[in-house]
Design a binder for this molecule. Structure first.
Ligand code: SAH
Length: 278
């Protein structure tokens, strides 16, 4: 049927198109060569473009998961936990690619409502806990904040977008080294990573506007209180390791190192704060 061959394209159709191509090519050989070159170029670039599109799509999918994480786990009202309201904190959680802070095997779970293993028996905390601790230190653009327990570097990356300078200490050397290069590769330029025992803080860079401790200690390290500015805020899980601990907010007053107010925020479970050889 003629109508059918017109739709599908038959032998007569291809004859017509090839003669159309041949005529101008005989007259304009340069044009023909350009056509061949451009087709070859397109074929060469095709896999590259496909990879790029795939990578974009991949990040796009993670972006959606990140939005959902903020909406349902962090900003959303849930029974027994206070929703995070600080708009700057919420924006930062929408931006930081949490899936880049875990192994590729774990990345499909990166935006789930749970902590994830990061090697050496350590974990990246549940998104809500990271958000709550971040909000509790009340980060401002001009602040300098100290974190004890760099781990994957995720909490440091979150702080990076909210304050002027982040100092973070990790006791497990390979974790600290990996976090340092991950943060640099992702462009977090205001984060300084040090390998060592965070029990003593970072004296040379003190005092700090805020301190976040992401491992559970059985007491508040006195040096950390000393290194907090008057009016500064520290968030720290305190209690026995391997049991539920209490997340404490420590606010330093203006009347010396003993002038502190401690607020009991909520029960939490963190990996233990370990002590180095000193
Ligand atoms: N904040 C991290 C989570 C870290 S888990 C993140 O966003 O991924 C707690 C980390 O604290 C572990 O990596 C552990 O090795 C580290 N840690 C425990 N005791 C420490 C100490 N005394 N000084 C510095 N880091 C310590």
């Amino acid at each position: 049927m003629p109508s059918e061959s017109a739709i599908r394209g038959g032998p007569s159709g291809s004859q017509i198109s090839s003669s159309v191509v041949r005529v101008p090519s005989a007259r304009f050989p340069a044009l023909d060569r350009w056509r061949i070159v451009s087709v070859r170029l397109a074929l060469l670039l095709l896999p590259l473009a496909a990879t790029f599109t795939l990578a974009q799509g991949d990040d796009g999918a993670f972006r959606q998961q990140r939005e959902d994480m903020v909406r349902t786990q962090i900003a959303g009202q849930r029974w027994g936990v206070e929703a995070i309201r600080d708009a700057r904190v919420l924006t930062t959680f929408r931006q930081v690619p949490r899936h880049r802070f875990v192994s590729t095997a774990q990345s499909p779970l990166a935006y789930d409502d749970r902590p994830l293993p990061i090697g050496y028996g350590q974990t990246i905390s549940q998104p809500y806990i990271v958000a709550r601790m971040t909000e509790l230190v009340e980060p401002r653009k001009e602040h300098r904040v100290l974190e004890i327990g760099t781990g994957s570097g995720y909490q440091a990356a979150i702080l990076s977008g909210l304050v002027a300078e982040v100092y973070t200490i990790e006791i497990i050397e390979p974790l600290g080294v990996a976090a340092r290069s991950r943060l640099a590769a992702l462009g977090y330029r205001n984060v300084n990573v040090r390998v060592g025992d965070g029990y003593y803080g970072w004296q040379e860079k003190a005092p700090f506007d805020g301190i976040i401790v992401t491992a559970a200690a059985n007491h508040i390290p006195p040096r950390l209180i000393e290194q907090l500015k008057p009016g500064g805020r520290m968030v720290i899980p305190v209690g026995n390791p391997f049991q539920t601990q209490r997340l404490l907010l420590v606010i330093k007053g203006n009347k010396g190192p003993r002038d502190i107010r401690i607020h009991d925020i909520m029960p939490v479970i963190f990996v233990p704060f370990v002590r180095g050889r000193q």
